[in-house]
Design a protein around this ligand. Sequence first.
Ligand code: ZN
Length: 562
Amino acid sequence: MISVNLSATATMKPAFSRYFSHPLRLSLALLLAAVLAGCASAPAPEPKPKLLVFLVVDGLPQRQITGYRDQLAPDGLARFLERGAWFSEAHYGHAFTVTGAGHATVLSGAYTHRNGIIGNEWRDAQTGEREYCTGDTTATYIGHKTQPLDGTSPKNLRVETVGDVLRAADPRAKVIAVSGKDRGAILPAGKRGTAYMYMAQSGQFASSTYYMQQHPAWVNSFNGRKLADGYFKTQWKPLLEEAAYARSLPDNQRWYGPRGGALPMLMGSPNDDAPGPAFYSQLLRSPFADALTLEFARAAITGESLGQDEVPDILSISLSGHDYVNHQYSAESRLSHDHLLQLDRLLQAFFADLDAKVGRDNYIAMLTADHGFMPAPEYSQAQGRDAGRVNGGQVLTRVNDGLEKRFGPGNWVSYSGSSLLFNRQLLAQTKVDANALAEEARALLLAEPGFAAAYTRRELESGSAAGRPFFEPMRKSWHPLVSGDVQYILKPYWMFGTGTATHGSPYEYDTHVPILAWGPRWVKPGRVDSRVGVVDIAPTVARWLGVAAPSSAEGQPLPLPN
Ligand SMILES: [Zn+2]
């Protein structure tokens, strides 16, 4: 193109020199010459990575990485912290920080208000029927029993992911996602990727009929190895000497419940003589399901030839174990501390294999989390904080009782995601004003101990409560077509239910997650302390892969170290 223009210019030389005799025109000519010279001498553009390895550690708050940094292996998480880019102030912008919402955000760059995944489960806004974030009764697991609310497809995901854009641009690109949880695989895989999830009924990995009718041979041969069974009657033992755990809470805290929790921990019940569903589920609450997930990822790299040609691929790996451990024992526990160290060593071995199989100069690894974690309320109380537990069932009964007093008999509201959903049929029959109902429901909710804020559909739709506490993150967790009518949050350090600890709030402990990247050819090392959002990941990844950001992405490319 340029050479054609230059030769055309040469044949028009007299007119050309007359035109550029004017000083301004001459400077334009010099500028043009400089630009052309720059083009000629510019180095060839950096080739795209052959593979993006996208890691999500389920339920990993940023504070756990910094808290145990000195105990990390030389080339696990430390590869990111010491030789990669580390975004130390990365946060979720949505309020309801749960697995479905987080995994729907990471590769779409869009929070719940756009992606439509308002939680892990909710109720259909019109019918009140229960829905699961990745539920789809038209698809079933391959070779496994499937319940109506099991996760089998991305039907409810309303946005595209980086992988969708990549595969639309070039169908030869492969997008494979694997996780201990169906939602951890299905949502990052988007509409055009392929998801495989751990089956707690069998210890195997399966895809669903949304993606394929039967597994490829490499999946069958992986499952044929029955690797999960190899952990039966083995122990999860602490990795380091006892003194290394002085900074975390000792085992068997009273809030772990009657079963307690301590290392070493036997996998499988002493009475069982063969592995079964209870044992396969237990593996999820240990480092071993993560070891299996990474082993499946290795098999996927070989089986699908990921990162072996010039067309970039994506391998998304969501490691679920940490979330199960933190729910059961909390992020402050010795069990969680050790779990992170075990995970770190698993990552180190995985990186070594990636270096060998794909090549250090051919891939980018990125790591984040779908949400952080709160401390156990009893622990927070012992620290002198206002903390507590909310009995959600009792609250709902009292709210409905209060609504009956004013609006007449009926079951007026139910929980849906992080909102109260109106009974649409009852509303239509009684012709009660929805705004009046919302105001009353909010007043009843905020009279309950532990509730911090609530906004009505009218406020969320109009933005009229902008600037009020937590309105912005709560609005990002609210989708007009999917969510209910009064969106609420609890106070800091409060939670629903009797589990040891959970997540799902707009507070720092839940929103502050790692964003780490490594890939020496594309990512310069350094720590970036400016505040960034999880929605910034997708535009960053898209740029590396040479495709447009997903259409609903609301973030900006991350400010990489330079
Ligand atoms: Zn969780």
